[in-house]
Design a protein around this ligand. Structure first.
Ligand SMILES: [Zn+2]
Length: 515
């Protein structure tokens, strides 16, 4: 089978607004998606984000604002969608778990799972955290009575429910993780997952009686129940892309889902590692589907030393940074500053420093100098064949780092090229040579080389800084999708091609704008 990628962010639970922490995940997944699109072609990559809209927490958040749940989630979901669009997140699908196509797909997976014999009904008395919307075995509670996540008392609830046999699949899942080193990465999370699967698991309760909660997807085999919000949300990775094209054909949808999941790269935060490493694989297996390709787990973004989250009150609107600093700046900053997988600190002071040093000075100055000299000494025309050895294997090195989720390292490589290119100007001194007409051929060669480096840079930057990349190609007089834009080093710009005069891409910032 030809190589494909299906890249997903988490399906964001929309009882709060998007913040820089959630944007970080969407941006990392976007860099990855854009990279793979360039490498494999548009038709071989799909990128999906979306919102998780069922469950008790949403129902109660809507109630608090005196709104029907669907009216509330329409509003909240739009905030996520618009924020991602404002940040240049290039999703192909934005899936809402209240979409009727999604609901029909979930019901089909429930039906298949039930038919396979992996669901059973039993009366259950257990300790339930309303905020987690799940039961806890007593041994997992803090002090025997507090939710380990929310640190507040759980309730004892007794009711009949449907359970998914996850213990049945535990050894198989554990084996798969053990035999596939890249399946969960970075490595530390793979080890955590193996530990989570070392002990027998309690089967997963996947239903909620409508008498207690009706804001959910009805079980196709028992109309007194809706499905558990987590079970519902997982399927958003597959539902709409699998079913949207041919909503009547469930077998075709299942086959398409099987193809998509096998090439799925999920981007998630470390707080939902357990659900994705322990519950999601058996949910797939019980529906007769293969496992996902990879789980790419990131750390938390701290703000002033505290985790950025809905509950800590230190959330910032990610799009406000784009408005204050211009397009691509927040993207560049979080990808350059944070090590994927580890927690990192977000600081506005640091953002201004990086902006001035990396964007205004290094990148912005290089682009304006080269384009200005091209106008002054060559009337904006490429007048020589650029050298072919301007960068050595940078394409491979940047690509490998992005594939390994080392986004910071990939940007460092790209900035080394900018530094080398700036040195090349200092060493060759085209501005001095140009004073003597006898040097014209040499000056034209240097400028052709520099313009070709700028062209390569525009391509390398595309996954990280799509607007800047587009502007650079525009200044170079190239369509970003053209063969010339995508050509190997030395094969892009041809003699006779014309470029445009410079514009200020990143004007220096002297004081911090209000974000
Ligand atoms: Zn809880």
């Amino acid at each position: 089978m030809s190589e494909r990628r299906h890249i997903t962010t988490a399906i964001f639970y929309c009882n709060g607004t998007p913040h820089v922490g959630s944007a970080y995940e969407a941006l990392a997944a976007d860099v990855f998606a854009r990279y793979w699109r360039r490498r494999l072609g548009r038709g071989r990559v799909t990128f999906l984000s979306g919102t998780d809209e069922h469950g008790d927490k949403i129902r109660r958040a809507a109630l608090a604002e005196d709104l029907a749940p669907k009216v509330y989630t329409d509003r909240m979901s739009a905030l996520f969608r618009e924020a991602w669009q404002g940040l240049g997140v290039s999703f192909d699908y934005f899936v809402r778990t209240t979409d009727p196509i999604h609901e029909r797909f979930v019901q089909e997976m429930l039906r298949r799972t039930h038919e396979n014999g992996d669901l059973y009904f039993r009366d259950y008395e257990g300790l339930y955290c309303v905020d987690c919307e799940r039961f806890y075995p007593e041994k997992e509670l803090s002090g025997g009575q507090l939710c380990p996540v929310h640190n507040r008392p759980v309730e004892r609830i007794s009711e009949g429910n449907y359970f998914l046999r996850i213990e049945k699949y535990r050894e198989q899942v554990r084996d798969h993780i053990a035999k596939n080193p890249g399946f969960i990465r970075p490595e530390r999370y793979r080890n955590e997952a193996l530990n989570m699967l070392a002990e027998p698991l309690t089967d997963l309760c996947i239903s909620r009686p409508k008498s207690r909660l009706d804001w959910g997807i009805e079980l196709p085999f028992d109309s007194n129940y809706v499905t558990y919000v987590w079970y519902d949300a997982f399927w958003a990775y597959l539902s709409v892309p699998a079913l949207a094209e041919n909503p009547g054909d469930m077998d075709a949808a299942w086959r398409r889902a099987a193809e998509l999941i096998a090439c799925s790269e999920h981007f998630i935060g470390k707080d939902i590692l357990k659900t994705h490493a322990v519950y999601w694989p058996p949910i797939l297996m019980a529906a007769g589907l293969p496992l996902f390709r990879r789980l790419n787990v990131h750390g938390w973004l701290n703000f002033g030393g505290q985790r950025m989250s809905k509950s800590s009150g230190n959330v910032r609107d990610p799009v406000s940074y784009e408005r204050a600093f211009g397009p691509d700046v927040l993207r560049y900053f979080v990808m350059r500053e944070l090590v994927y997988g580890l927690d990192g600190d977000f600081s506005e002071e640091r953002l201004v420093q990086r902006y001035n040093a990396d964007l205004a000075n290094d990148l912005g100055n290089f682009a304006s100098r080269v384009l200005a000299m091209a106008q002054r000494y060559c009337q904006g025309e490429v007048r020589a064949v650029p050298g072919a050895d301007l960068e050595t294997n940078l394409q491979e090195r940047v690509g490998r780092k992005i594939e390994e989720l080392d986004f910071k390292g990939a940007l460092e490589e790209i900035w080394l090229l900018i530094a080398e290119a700036n040195n090349y100007i200092v060493e060759t001194e085209p501005f001095k040579l140009a004073k003597d007409p006898a040097n014209a051929a040499r000056v034209e060669q240097i400028l052709a080389n520099l313009l070709e480096i700028l062209r390569m840079l525009a391509g390398f930057l595309e996954p990280f800084m799509p607007v800047t990349s587009w502007r650079l190609f525009e200044l170079l007089g190239l369509n970003p999708e053209s063969d010339a834009a995508k050509a190997a080093s030395g094969e892009g710009l041809k003699p006779g091609h014309r470029v445009k005069p410079p514009i200020a891409l990143f004007p220096r910032i002297d004081r911090k704008p209000a974000a």
